[in-house]
Design a binder for this molecule. Structure first.
Ligand SMILES: NC(=O)c1ccc[n+]([C@@H]2O[C@H](COP(=O)([O-])OP(=O)(O)OC[C@H]3O[C@@H](n4cnc5c(N)ncnc54)[C@H](O)[C@@H]3O)[C@@H](O)[C@H]2O)c1
Length: 372
């Protein structure tokens, strides 16, 4: 099995998740190429060196352009803040590298489109970090829906909430600026929900939406007054899928008490499926069958019967975690780069998700129904 050289940009939350995932992918999954941890980039250089030692990378740099040009790097992993994704991805594609980019692809739909177009015109593979669709529990939900276990899917209800911007006294940061962060809750959280809705229900055709900035200003450092928050804390949309099914998508980054609430229900003509990300190893299934007095929800605990859970653990109910989703994502990408089947979401599929979040923002701004 061949070795694939990895260049990773960023060593924060996602940088660490990518590094752990590349280290573990072959050991867990077996049938994927070995990731050779070639070059790690961060600023300042001292941090890059320190984290290269910790993560097990051979070399470190503070110059991402040098990483992209490095002949030993075949996959460029981009885990920097949103404003850098497009420039870095375009440079990597130009240099003929495969790109594994964190979500959202870009600050704007134009950036995401440019990235998808560049990838389509080059002989490179791409992957975007929509990791929640890699969960064996979610894959089982997809299978149940596709097999008709709940009849014809007619209504999708999804919520994604966190509370990292709930406190009005939290200091103003670059995250509040459209030029640096792009969308607010929609770009951070809402896009994950769209990725799940899209894979379960198919593409969104049109929607009508509203959004709100709850904390319109935030305190600047050192008592220098207040800075304006330019992007949304909350957004809600009524959507119509191309299949004719309807849906509701809601997101908030100011929802006290919610840490990673990424929940959905798919209502069908013969039953219903419900999922909660904070209980990511469980699926609730209701089927309209059996005597009325014995009907109810069944809790399905994820186990070896739900591939690829067994790659981690032979016993059901022992539970996977967030970083395991990244192992599955990195493994799928290594396999694809080595000539295997595409698992996605690649830039083309992720663009479809990102069209929806930008359509939600456009509908809310203009007060009209928008076709995606
Ligand atoms: N897939 C997910 O579930 C998920 C979760 C969280 C964040 N994200 C996405 O991951 C991306 C990063 O978020 P994070 O939470 O890891 O951020 P972070 O702030 O923890 O990490 C960002 C990293 O980029 C580095 N960096 C900044 N400028 C750089 C430059 N010029 N050269 C090299 N390195 C540079 C920083 O030093 C830091 O190490 C964002 O796009 C975010 O939306 C995805």
């Amino acid at each position: 099995m061949r070795h694939i050289g990895i260049g990773l940009i960023g060593t924060g939350f996602m940088g660490k998740a990518h590094a752990l995932a590349f280290r573990a992918a072959q050991a867990v999954l077996g049938d994927v190429p070995t990731a050779r941890l070639e070059l790690l980039c961060d600023t300042p250089a001292e941090r890059a060196r320190q984290m290269a030692g910790q993560f097990g990378f051979a070399r470190a740099t503070d110059d991402w352009r040098a990483l992209v040009a490095d002949p030993a790097v075949e996959i460029v992993s981009i885990t920097t803040p949103n404003r850098m994704h497009c420039e870095m991805a375009l440079a990597a594609i130009e240099a003929g590298k495969h790109v594994y980019c964190e979500k959202p692809m870009g600050l704007t739909l134009e950036e995401a489109r440019a990235m998808a177009e560049a990838a389509a015109g080059a002989d490179v593979r791409t992957m975007v970090g929509y990791n929640y669709v890699k969960n064996p529990t979610f894959i089982h939900a997809q299978k149940l829906v596709a097999e008709g276990a709940i009849g014809r899917p007619v209504h999708f209800r999804g919520v994604v909430d966190e509370d990292y911007q709930a406190d009005p006294n939290l200091a103003w940061t670059w995250r509040a600026r459209i030029e640096e962060a792009g969308l607010g809750a929609l770009g951070d959280l809402g896009c994950h929900l769209v990725s799940m809705a899209h894979r379960l229900m198919g593409p969104v055709d049109s929607l009508i939406a509203d959004m709100q900035t709850i904390h319109e200003t935030r305190p600047l450092p050192e008592g220098a007054g207040h800075g304006r928050v330019e992007n949304e804390d909350v957004a809600s949309a009524l959507v119509r899928f191309r299949s004719g099914a309807q849906g509701v998508l809601c997101t908030s980054r100011s929802a006290w008490g919610r840490k990673n609430r990424l929940d959905f229900e798919v209502h069908g003509t013969a039953g219903m499926i419900a999922f909660e990300q904070e209980r990511m190893n469980e699926l609730q299934l209701y089927r309209n069958e059996g005597p009325a007095g014995e009907q109810g929800f069944k809790t399905i605990l994820t186990g070896p019967a739900h591939p690829p859970y067994a790659a981690f653990c032979p016993a059901p109910g022992h539970q996977l975690g967030f970083n395991d989703l990244k192992v599955l994502e990195a493994g799928a990408f290594l396999r694809h780069v080595a000539g295997g089947e595409k698992a996605g979401p690649d830039f083309a599929e992720a663009l479809e998700f990102e069209k929806v979040i930008h359509a939600i923002a456009a509908s809310a701004r203009d007060g009209r129904r928008v076709t995606v």
